[in-house]
Design a protein around this ligand. Structure first.
Ligand code: 6PG
Length: 265
């Protein structure tokens, strides 16, 4: 049971005691969503986040009871973003997910759609992944420039997101070009502070999902979480504020340390 639940106009925030409880409740949430969509639609499409927060959820999902009960063969795995490194690199989100989860559960290889981040040209890798999404979700004609209608974007059943201490999510970092992109599906986003490109889903793709769920843990996230959820609208500074599913749910699953500066309202 969450320690407390805060309802806001466009989001629900579930606060858990600590990172371990957050990981367990997130694993249960994943399993519930997978069952719901596989029973209802015959498949479950999920875009995973990277970084360190999801690791403990993945480790639980690879064990009893989830190993035996989750309908792994009907789940289709994608990534919300990836570092511009090969899949064998220690910084690769794909490698982290493969080691923590995918190598341990019976997901068919054909159900795993990795971002081709080994491509030296990050923009090419993003374009290829965009085509992968178009082909998988539906034959979406190449979106003309400008804001394409919602129907032209893939619609994930679930997008998991993390949030950095700077309020970024996926690889939508503060003051970066990708924040304004309303027409592409996937872009290469140059992140000056890392002096590197990241490959990321764009906000219209994320916001077209049926469910978007943030997993946020740790005191270092508390200042940004306060600004994102209760501060003034400053999406260029706090890109997580850009995430507002147009036709879907928005759930924040956080621990007490990350939520320590939130009001209860
Ligand atoms: C990445 C992620 C990124 C991550 C946040 C939080 O590639 O790093 O996709 O958006 O979710 O930076 O990272 P932690 O979970 O490590 O705090």
């Amino acid at each position: 049971m969450a320690v407390r639940v805060i309802e806001k106009a466009e989001a629900q925030i579930r606060v858990y005691k600590d990172g371990d409880e957050l990981a367990l409740k997130a694993a249960r949430y994943f399993a519930r969503m997978a069952d719901q969509y596989v029973v209802g639609c015959g498949r479950f499409t999920v875009a995973l986040s990277g970084g360190s927060t999801p690791k403990s959820m993945f480790a639980l999902l690879a064990k009893t009871p989830f190993f035996e009960t989750v309908p792994w063969s009907s789940i289709y795995f994608f990534w919300g973003d990836e570092r511009h490194v090969p899949p064998t690199d220690a910084d690769s989100n794909y490698r982290m997910t493969r080691e923590a989860l995918l190598a341990k559960v019976p997901v068919p290889e054909a159900n795993i759609f990795r971002i081709p981040s080994e491509n030296d040209d990050a923009a090419k890798a993003a374009a290829v992944y965009g085509e992968t999404l178009r082909t998988f979700f539906l034959d979406i004609p190449a979106a003309s420039r400008g804001t394409a209608p919602l129907s032209m974007f893939p619609r994930f059943d679930l997008v998991f997101l993390g949030m950095g201490p700077d309020g970024h999510t996926a690889s939508l970092f503060p003051e970066t070009a990708a924040l304004e992109n309303d027409s592409d599906l996937v872009v290469a986003n140059y992140v000056e502070k890392f002096d590197t490109y990241r490959i990321t889903l764009t906000k219209p793709v994320i916001n077209n999902a049926r469910n978007v769920t943030f997993l946020v843990s740790g005191a270092d996230k508390a200042p940004a979480l306060k600004e994102v959820l209760e501060g003034a609208a400053q999406p260029r500074l706090y890109p997580s504020q850009l995430i507002r599913p147009a036709r879907g749910t928005l759930l924040w699953m956080v621990d007490e340390a990350a939520a320590s500066r939130l009001s209860n309202s």
